[in-house]
Design a protein around this ligand. Sequence first.
Ligand code: FES
Length: 63
Amino acid sequence: MEEVKRVSAEIQLSRNQPIKISGNFNVVGIDGNILNTDFNKEVYLCACGKSKIKPFCDGSHKG
Ligand code: FES
């Protein structure tokens, strides 16, 4: 029997910082594939447009 995963997430917005998402969730790309590898974790999404690994932050916003 497949385990049912419950989605719950907190999205934290900060000025000039990436978007932090923490909890139990998946990030689904435009092709429908899941981009994150762990269901229960935190990710940082690029909010500045400079990241080379979008949609994730690579720290380029600092430079
Ligand atoms: S927010 Fe970090 S690289 Fe864009």
